[in-house]
Design a protein around this ligand. Structure first.
Ligand code: TXA
Ligand code: MG
Length: 369
């Protein structure tokens, strides 16, 4: 299939109409949101939704989020909203928050993966909103990556995964937030975060009081996540990623990098700007090392994480060493993605010692002092 490409800087109205016409005809079109790019199709048309699963290679037991252009549209997709769902929608829509609600019969099993609930969100990105409104139906849309790869945050990354597999790509530039929406189950007595994301736990607690976090997110393989998608190895770069956490993570990561360099290992390093600068001084110009900085704070890390993981793939390192951040604010979402990308290979660096917190098979030079 030839994938049409629309640059929204040129003739946006015509692009939007062409893209919406394709969706109404049952095709799949990628579009930007404030979190990541989505792969959209008519969410009430089971055959159209099946095309999304085929394009992504997505397991059929992983349900999709329905995207709406107006808050009231959610009423047609559910048999009833709880008080917490109403408060969340009122406060955080449009924005990076997805609510899981009881599903109305009009939602096909293809979209909800046979569950009796459905996930709904109203994005705040102007292109997403105009596109959904032009389509005139709720848009089922997962992130626009091949299943298992990092989510795309710009149109070139979408094309890398989806060229030839979907009808078109609406290019609206880079996504601002960079990690996916927060998914909250509003059907349980205490609202529960199934996937941390753009709306922080603190923001939810300010509004609702107590909020739970699905205990399966901590990586215990004996627990089954309530969001089916969270059980898959996701966001993963091709090379193994080892994550340094704790107060002394920057220092211990730098020492490990020096030992790796001495052994001639080809490595990627993911860290903040300050650590990157000092590492470049310590290591000098070394073509076996790709040091990528996410910038300064956690918002920069969220915005750049997925593009950086894709950059590492192009460098073909033997391994990647990453630096963690604390879990406050956006830290919860980015650490969830980073720990999953690392397959829960985590090293704790504090009080002058590095200890393995999770995972096996660490190269000894990552640990030895
Ligand atoms: O920011 C986002 O949410 C992006 C953009 C495109 O809107 N979309 C996105 O969709 O990340 P996706 O399909 O990659 O992730 C949706 C997550 C999956 O983990 C899925 O299992 C979960 O939401 N989910 C969907 N419906 C659910 C339901 N009824 N109950 C529990 N989890 C659900
Ligand atoms: Mg996804």
């Amino acid at each position: 299939m030839e994938t049409k490409y629309w640059d929204l800087k040129k003739n946006p109205r015509q692009a939007m109409e062409e893209a919406a016409a394709l969706v109404r005809a049952g095709e799949v079109v990628a579009f930007p949101t404030e979190t990541v790019y989505g792969l959209g199709a008519d969410g009430l048309n089971g055959a159209a939704v099946a095309r999304i699963f085929a394009a992504k290679g997505r397991p059929v037991d992983n349900p999709l989020i329905l995207h709406v252009a107006r808050k009231e549209q959610v009423e047609t997709l559910t048999t009833g909203l709880s008080a917490s769902a109403r408060a969340l929608i009122e406060t955080f829509w449009p924005g990076p928050l997805t609510v899981v609600v009881p599903k109305a019969p009009c939602v096909p099993d293809e979209t909800s993966a046979g569950l009796d609930t459905v996930a709904v969100r109203m994005p705040s990105h102007p292109v997403a909103n105009a596109f959904i409104a032009a389509c005139g139906c709720p848009i089922a849309a997962p992130s626009a990556n091949l299943s298992g790869k990092p989510s795309p945050t710009n149109a070139a990354d979408v094309a890398e995964d989806m060229d030839g597999k979907i009808a078109g790509i609406l290019d609206g530039g880079s996504c601002g937030i960079g990690v996916e929406s927060t998914v909250v189950d509003t059907t349980s007595p205490i609202p529960t975060i199934l996937r941390p994301g753009g709306i922080t736990r603190e923001m939810l607690e300010n509004l609702l009081g107590a909020v739970d976090i699905d205990p399966a997110l901590a990586g215990n393989p004996a627990l089954r996540p309530k969001a089916p998608g969270m059980k898959y190895r996701h966001y993963a770069p091709a090379a193994p990623l080892y994550l340094y956490e704790g107060d002394e993570a920057p220092l211990c990561l730098a020492r490990a990098a020096e030992r790796a360099a001495a052994k001639g290992v080809r490595a990627g390093i993911l860290c903040d700007a300050v650590t990157a600068r000092s590492l470049r001084e310590r290591l000098g110009r070394n073509p076996s090392f790709l040091i990528l900085s996410w910038g300064r704070g956690k918002a920069d890390l969220a915005e750049n994480l997925y593009t950086l993981l894709r950059d590492f793939d192009r460098f073909h390192p033997q391994l990647i060493l990453g630096m963690g951040v604390d879990e406050g604010g956006m830290g919860l979402a980015v650490m969830n993605r980073l720990r999953k990308a690392a397959g829960f290979h985590i090293l704790q660096a504090r009080d002058g010692v590095v200890t393995v917190q999770g995972g096996t098979g660490f190269p000894d030079y990552l640990l030895a002092e």
